[in-house]
Design a protein around this ligand. Structure first.
Ligand code: N01
Length: 549
């Protein structure tokens, strides 16, 4: 069952029940921590973070499932804003596990003395814009009312858990968990018959680790996924010394490349080389591991179906090579979407886990789940007795965590109403009708298509420069002009249509949540173009925004 933090700490004192601030920041993950640092320590604003969890860390606080680790390499999946922080922190390996990333974020909170302005165990319930005062009124589940000039959401793109409404779920006699709300004390699977539903990044990371502990693991797969090995390894002292020497160049590169990694996306086509050379390139990248397989192979994998097919076919050949039972191997081979059109996972020992005698794979596309019974899961053609069910079923991505807050803009317009047909933003940073509300890595920005800390730092820096400029020039409010917002939404969709992203039923499109409008949410134009546009808008005096004194 989803784990929620206990109410730690006292309720706010009466004089704290209503406060006036410059900035309310919602969420204490990567984004919220850096936002607090920038707004408070650099701009000198009275800023405060409100966080539901009883600790900082956001995604890395909630996603404690077995096997959870980052899938961009640690030395660039981290903050770049402080050289001292870079020099003093050393990651154990290329892809550290969740506890280490959480320890890093706790270290950042301490190192920059952020905790005194972070209020934990506090859920923001609503934020309503008061036009006459040009201020936001924010309420929390602890009975507070906070008046703020700015509200900055740092709620994460993948934070609202998607737990499918399968009939009978609540009658299950065993325990069930969602990977994105994992109990702090962990889960002991020893001697347990475990059913895991979902084969996205979370399910693929969790499967080998649960399999190693459980009596039996049954993986319920709706859509097979393409995954490439991470080839995780410890970082040796001489590697660290080099990384530390090169940090500035590494960071600079992450700001210049398509997906925020410190290596180039090669422009060459998959057909610029011979079949043999192509196979060799894929072999090398498979042996090296990680996202380079997608970003460091050929530039047309996400644009040209034939090019994509070469990569997809290579991965299928690897599945058939690794998985001994041919029937299981075929079930694991994805064929219904191009490689990379869904967010590609990277894994440690995923496919080989299906060679274990205590692991079985159930194809629930062929035989869908009918119900959860008190004893387990019943599909159309079989019943599986289980002690524990793990939902690795993902998130109501990009909009879910924003829409959980009752956000009301000018004239009481509800964000949920404005976004009824899908999210609408200008640059993913602001929403017309919601002055002085900023959405870090909001829909319409590259966000989840980038290495996240890079996307977050760019947004926080832009927002903080914007607020500074407003103060210097005497503007009280900023919001997008409607026509600029419309043009941006159109542009985001146009760019996406030129890629293969529309060929998959992905969470990028909202297709994973029943009833959610299907609109491509992240901006696929790539980081260089996006940065250029954001900078040009700012340089032109915030073109497309309406500023009022
Ligand atoms: O979720 P997902 P996730 N019945 O949506 C299936 C990031 N992340 O938590 O494909 C049965 O990708 C669903 O099936 P289908 C990363 O960005 C990062 O794994 O919709 N099955 C799919 O197989 C990632 O992309 C890391 O047919 C159902 C799975 O559940 C994002 O988070 C680690 C179902 C959901 O896959 C989300 O990943 C982990 C139903 N009703 C995650 N509903 C890092 O390493 C859904 N499914 C940094």
């Amino acid at each position: 069952m989803p784990n929620r933090p206990n109410r730690a700490g006292p309720h706010p004192a009466a004089d704290e029940a209503s406060r006036s601030l410059d900035v309310v920041i919602i969420g204490a993950g990567f984004a919220g921590l850096y936002a607090l640092y920038r707004f408070r320590d650099v701009l000198g604003l009275d800023a405060r973070v409100y966080e539901t969890g009883d600790g900082v860390g956001g995604t890395w606080y909630w996603n404690r499932y077995p096997g959870a680790r980052c899938d961009s390499e640690s030395f660039y999946y981290s903050y770049s804003f402080s050289e001292e922080l870079e020099q003093e922190w050393e990651w154990s390996s290329k892809y550290p596990e969740q506890p280490e990333i959480l320890a890093y974020l706790n270290h950042v909170a301490d190192r920059f003395d952020l905790r005194r302005d972070i209020q934990l165990c506090t859920k923001v319930l609503s934020a309503a814009y008061d036009e006459s005062a040009a201020r936001w009124e924010v309420t929390t589940d602890r009975g507070e009312r906070i008046s703020a000039t700015y509200v900055v959401t740092a709620v994460g793109c993948l934070s609202a858990a998607n737990v499918p409404e399968i009939p009978g779920r609540d009658d299950f006699r065993g325990d069930w968990y969602h990977t994105g709300a994992w109990p702090k004390q962990g889960v002991d699977f020893s001697g347990k018959r475990v059913g895991l539903i979902g084969t996205g990044s979370s399910g693929i990371q969790a499967t080998p680790v649960i399999a190693a502990q459980a009596e039996h693991l049954t993986v319920f797969q709706r859509t097979p996924n393409y995954t490439v090995p991470t080839r995780n390894a410890r970082l040796r002292p001489e590697e660290w010394a080099k990384i530390k020497r090169d940090y500035r160049a590494i960071r600079q590169k992450t700001r210049e490349t398509q997906a925020g990694f410190p290596y180039d996306v090669l422009e060459r086509s998959a057909f610029d080389v011979s079949d043999e050379q192509r196979r060799e390139i894929y072999e090398q990248l498979w042996a090296e591991g990680g996202f380079k397989f997608l970003w460091g192979s050929f530039g047309d994998l996400l644009r040209d179906k034939r090019a994509n097919h070469t990569a997809a076919e290579f991965i299928r050949s690897k599945i058939r090579e690794i998985v001994k039972d041919p029937g299981t191997a075929e079930k694991l081979c994805p064929t219904d979407h191009p490689y990379g059109s869904k967010r590609p996972p990277i894994d440690t020992d995923y496919y080989v886990t299906f060679n274990r005698p205590n692991v079985s794979l159930v194809d629930i596309k062929r035989s869908p789940i009918v119900e959860i019974t008190p004893q387990g899961i019943r599909t159309e053609d079989a019943t599986y007795e289980l002690d524990t069910i793990v939902f690795a079923t993902g998130f109501d991505a990009m909009t879910g965590s924003l829409l959980k807050i009752d956000l009301r803009g000018v004239g009481g317009l509800r964000l949920a109403e404005k976004w009824a047909a899908g999210p609408r933003t200008y640059l993913g940073l602001q929403v017309a009708g919601f002055p002085n509300l900023f959405t870090i890595t909001g829909p319409g920005s590259p966000s989840v298509l980038l290495n996240m800390p890079v996307a977050i730092e760019q947004h926080v820096d832009w927002i903080s420069d914007c607020i500074e400029q407003m103060r210097v020039k005497g503007f009280r409010t900023i919001q997008p002009q409607l026509d600029a917002e419309d043009a941006w939404v159109e542009h985001v969709n146009e760019v996406a249509k030129q890629t293969l992203f529309y060929e998959a039923k992905s969470w990028y499109l909202g297709a994973n949540v029943p009833g959610k409008p299907q609109v491509f949410m992240p901006y696929v134009g790539g980081q260089p173009l996006y940065r250029q546009k954001c900078e040009a808008v700012a340089t032109a005096g915030y073109a497309g925004f309406e500023l009022r004194a």
